[in-house]
Design a protein around this ligand. Structure first.
Ligand code: HEC
Ligand code: HEC
Length: 396
């Protein structure tokens, strides 16, 4: 199945595997690079996928609570939708356990293949995207149009020590190899950022942030948006047609609304929905990531500006903050979520900082993921306007 009618593809797979083996051999010849930090990897806790789900044959080493994000990774890496592999009954219910679709069966073989290569101890970690990224194209636009050359350069997997933690975060080269000046202390970077956006006193007074403007998606469609943030709570509305879409977080639970349909938002999709919930980040970065480190990530310029990087880790997430070395402003955030089959990347770019009250906020925000390229142009930003708590609660 699958391979036999596609001779060229089979050759491609062999070539890719051969290249990977050569690459692994090359790695052995170099002194292993140290990984900074020594943050322990998140250990699986709770039931495994095969204990919770009905038909797990390949992902037997995956914790149940990571199956969802793993499936999102698979869909992203091969540019397919859930429905391309899974059966949705006429009632609308999903029968994820059914093996009726050929692409699901192929994907399972691929998972076994990837497990096999990774278990064989070549000293590298193969991901679905190792072969699929750039070969399959997302519906609509080719991947290359979404990614800037610097993003593509960043996606190249970094060299890893043979036998080292194979699921390390992308782009983190630990001790470094002398190409860049020693990283400044974390506190200096944060201090400079705090000053650049208006200073500690103004940030401490920040109660809420409210922004309105226009968001344009990858297909070039624009819609009005509003974002409201209040002490960790979040509400984002988009006046898209035919119906508005809203999502929110009341401080403990997430929800989304499309037209009149309201549903809960949990897990990874909730994390994703809150990526722009970052008012006052400057003051809370160290609370959020106790293990925050300067450096990590490659020396990189963003729009011609030298950057300084802070890297924080929490469980399967690596969160990198790129600051303009000169002005101290945050230019980019790169979030990498590790799944058992590979890494999901999301990127937020900030530009056009302007005054809002005593603070400076970015008036252009660009959100890039495997399937989203949204550019938010802020027309109006206000700090410390009164926002009723009820706005953040799940609509009845
Ligand atoms: C490229 C094919 C593919 C895509 C796309 C895909 N899946 Fe899967 N999915 C699989 C395979 C293969 C398995 C079984 C894995 C195994 O045998 O260990 C699976 C298993 C599952 C299961 C467990 C079902 C059970 O009870 O055994 C769930 C739930 C699931 N997928 C949800 C999703 C969701 C949600 C999406 C979309 C975000 C998605 N999948 C996208 C291939 C895919
Ligand atoms: C070593 C390279 C390689 C890796 C790694 C790899 N694939 Fe593939 N995959 C291929 C090739 C080549 C084909 C095309 C085979 C064919 O058409 O016969 C393919 C085909 C597929 C297809 C069928 C596509 C279709 O149109 O039906 C799916 C689904 C798939 N892969 C999923 C995955 C998943 C999920 C992973 C990670 C667990 C993965 N692959 C990892 C090389 C790879």
């Amino acid at each position: 199945m699958g391979f036999k009618e596609a001779g060229t593809c089979r050759i491609h797979v062999y070539l890719t595997i051969a290249a990977l083996v050569v690459f692994a051999g090359g790695l052995h010849a170099q002194p292993p690079q140290g990984r900074g930090g020594g943050q322990p990897p998140a250990l699986p806790s709770g039931p495994m996928a095969n204990e919770k789900y009905k038909n797990i044959q390949a992902l037997t080493n995956v914790p149940a609570d990571q199956l969802d994000v793993t499936m999102r990774y698979v869909a992203a890496a091969v540019n397919m939708r859930c429905i391309d592999c899974h059966v949705q009954e006429p009632s609308g219910e999903w029968s994820y356990e059914k093996d009726d679709k050929r692409s699901k069966q192929t994907a399972r073989q691929m998972m076994k293949m990837v497990n096999g290569i990774n278990a064989a101890n070549y000293g590298i970690q193969v991901q679905c995207a190792t072969c699929h990224a750039g070969h399959n194209q997302p519906v609509g636009l080719p991947m290359a149009e979404m990614l800037t050359p610097e993003q593509i350069a960043q996606m190249t997997p970094p060299a890893r020590p043979a036998g080292g933690n194979p699921q390390g975060a992308a782009g983190f080269s630990g001790g470094g190899r002398g190409q860049r000046a020693p990283a400044p202390p974390v506190d200096d970077v944060i201090g400079k950022y705090v000053d650049a956006v208006g200073g500690r006193a103004s940030l401490e007074k920040l109660q809420s942030l409210s922004m309105t403007g226009t968001v344009t998606n990858r297909a070039g469609q624009s819609a009005g948006f509003s974002i409201e943030e209040k002490q960790g709570k979040y509400r984002e509305a988009r006046q898209s047609t035919p119906e508005a879409s809203i999502h929110g977080y009341d401080g403990s639970a997430g929800w989304e609304q499309a037209g009149t349909k309201v549903s809960d938002l949990t897990g990874f999709p909730l994390d994703q929905a809150l990526r722009l919930n970052d008012a006052g980040t400057a003051l809370h970065l160290k609370e959020k990531y106790a293990n925050l480190q300067a450096g990590g990530g490659r020396p990189m310029q963003i729009n011609g500006k030298d950057t300084t990087v802070l890297t924080g880790r929490a469980g399967v997430l690596t969160d990198q903050f790129y600051f303009d070395s000169a002005s101290g402003l945050l230019l980019r955030r790169v979030l990498t979520t590790r799944t058992p089959l590979g890494q999901l990347r999301e990127q937020v770019d900030y530009a056009d900082y302007r005054a809002a009250g005593d603070l400076k906020v970015p008036f252009e925000i660009k959100l890039t993921t495997w399937n989203v390229l949204d550019t938010y142009k802020v027309a109006d930003a206000k700090v410390n306007v009164a926002l009723d708590d009820a706005r953040f609660s799940k609509p009845k």
